[in-house]
Design a protein. Sequence first.
Length: 288
Amino acid sequence: MSEFLTTKEVAELLRIKERKVYDLAARNAIPCAKATGKLLFPKAEIRQWMQEKGVVTEAGNQPKFVVLGSHDPVLEWALSASGSGLPTLLSGSFDGLTRYKQHEGIACAIHLENSDRSGWNTEAFQESLANTASVLVHWAKRERGLVVKPGSGIEGFSDIPGKRLVTRQAAAGSQHVFERYLADAGIALDKLKVVREARTETEAALAILEDQADVAFGLRCFAERYKLDFIPVCEESYDLIIDRHAYFEPAMQALLNFTKSEAFQAEAARYIGYDVSETGRVVANGAR
């Protein structure tokens, strides 16, 4: 059995056209060798390349170009407005990290405070992905705090006990940070009156607006948009972990280039408490 694949076999494996394979080879973006005027692709190196690239071969060998991780309204809008065509599975920072490490997507959005509170996301990246073909790219700084129903009497964490609380799912980065601040205040989560669990930042704020709850740990932009009270707690960094190979693919480049446009800047300006002045800055690089 040959140790090499033909151009046609690689195209079938990746479910792309042969001319795309030739393009990857011309850019040295895929392992290949030339022999007697033909391109040959070493099977072992192709398998490793697929793993590093995040190409998951399930039924039908369909590659998964999916953005995972934490929800952000500006990112969600930009993925569509940029024409990137990238679908999302935004179920929280921790959920995204787990799925990304299992090659279920080509990017993962996170906002996880370092354990010593020296910054955001670098610790999670170094511990999990420092030796992978990944890059940590800054997306936005966001003001986070208590989103509060006007007239509720809540001025800080000490006022939360006895009030109706919206939490986030356990896999969400915001829930992890919220519980750290609760612990600082000497408050146990299981002693609070949790009325529902929200899956997105939008859903958490709407629960307050619709009088289903009194308080949530959310973003300033939604408090401003829905005319709710806001008590600032921290400024977080929301960043993207991107597979280094996928970083240069047209879909991801469409998104990153779009962040330099006037349309992106105008939309981001609508979100009070957002800072996108450093969007696209490379924060850390994997060693591989």
